[in-house]
Design a protein around this ligand. Structure first.
Ligand SMILES: N[C@@H](CCC(=O)N[C@@H](CS)C(=O)NCC(=O)O)C(=O)O
Length: 317
């Protein structure tokens, strides 16, 4: 097996605490932080493995921003140093001309920040510097600051009258589900794992009931609440059920959430943004303190994603 320099992820003292330091510079319509919205100027750098990057990929796709905000895709496995552009010819991002995402972080005035080299990140192609890696704000700004460049049929993912409810729903889902799976997987004690596991499946049970009579999480339209939850659902059986020991049920054994997830995959083309081979390669081969052999599972069978979802009767697209 190849030698690796993967980091250690399991919490040493019980409960997993996520690092939430970000570069908070914003790209806005008026450019108040020095970075104005400008077609063709910025590059969104992602890994298709990462659920936080997935939110940005989905939002960019839904809003029709593909032609104005280009995207660089890193390979699924990173080491302690950096994500790399190993999928590209010569191992170099064709727009940024760099082999490692770290190079764009180092190019910032003041150099590397405490946030570490994370995806998603937006890089200014004119200077080669990372502008932001604050995934919460990146997604909101794509919705609210890039409106002049969005496609004619772009859905309103963050309608003013639903924002309070969307944020409340998303906060709960983030704590118990999106980050809850990590709290299971990286727990450093049995108690911490048991607690995270119980809370995760309690929240999924609430969502299973909530979505039984409505097509979307908030209101009767697709919103950021759905965009934020979905990346965790799509990774559930391939990564979290096994690797993170979230194994009370698979997604495919929660009939409402499974149909809801398939609906978005099919109806809104979320499926076109997914690479489950990258997801599996990332989780199983990067977190070697959980999976020391680095062996990546062959399954699960993913053919079910194209099965009819039967949710049209719950409301319009
Ligand atoms: N660090 C941010 C989110 C972004 C993030 O964690 N991205 C992961 C991939 S899913 C990453 O880039 N990890 C690289 C590293 O931590 O070295 C947070 O925890 O809120």
């Amino acid at each position: 097996m190849a030698e690796t320099k993967a980091g250690s992820y399991v919490a040493q003292d019980g409960s997993y605490e996520r690092k939430t330091r970000y570069i908070e510079t914003r790209i806005t319509r008026d450019g108040e932080d020095g970075f104005a919205v400008e077609p063709g100027r910025y590059r969104l750098v992602v890994s298709r493995a990462c659920p936080w990057a997935h939110r940005a990929i989905l939002t960019r796709m839904l809003l029709g921003l593909d032609d104005v905000l280009s995207m660089g895709v890193c390979g699924p496995v990173h080491d302690q140093d950096s994500w790399t552009f190993d999928l590209d010819p010569g191992g170099v991002d064709p727009v940024l001309g760099i082999p490692k995402l770290k190079d764009a972080y180092d190019a910032r005035p003041g150099g590397m920040t405490e946030s570490g080299v994370t995806v998603p990140a937006i890089v200014d192609t004119t200077t080669g510097q990372v502008v932001t890696n604050d995934f919460h704000q990146i997604v909101k700004d794509l919705v609210t600051e890039w409106t002049d460049h969005q496609g004619a049929t772009a859905p309103d993912l963050w309608p003013e009258d639903l924002r309070v409810e969307i944020e409340k729903m998303s906060d709960l889902n983030y704590r118990e589900v999106n980050n809850g799976v990590y709290r299971c997987g990286f727990a450093g004690s049995q108690e911490a794992y048991d607690d995270a596991y119980d809370r995760l499946f309690a929240r999924l049970a609430v969502l299973e009931e909530h979505l039984a009579s409505r097509r979307y999480l908030v209101g009767d339209q697709l919103t950021l609440a759905d965009v934020r939850l979905w990346p965790t659902l799509v990774r559930f059986d391939a990564a979290y059920h096994g690797h993170f020991k979230c194994n009370l049920r698979k997604l495919t054994e929660m009939p409402v959430l499974w149909a809801y997830a398939r609906d978005l995959w099919q109806t809104w083309d979320f499926g076109s943004t997914v690479d489950l081979e990258h997801v599996k390669a990332h989780y199983y081969a990067t977190h070697l303190d959980i999976n020391p052999t680095g062996i990546v599972p062959k399954g699960p069978d993913t053919s079910g994603w194209e099965e009819p979802h039967g949710r049209d009767s719950l409301g319009p697209r």
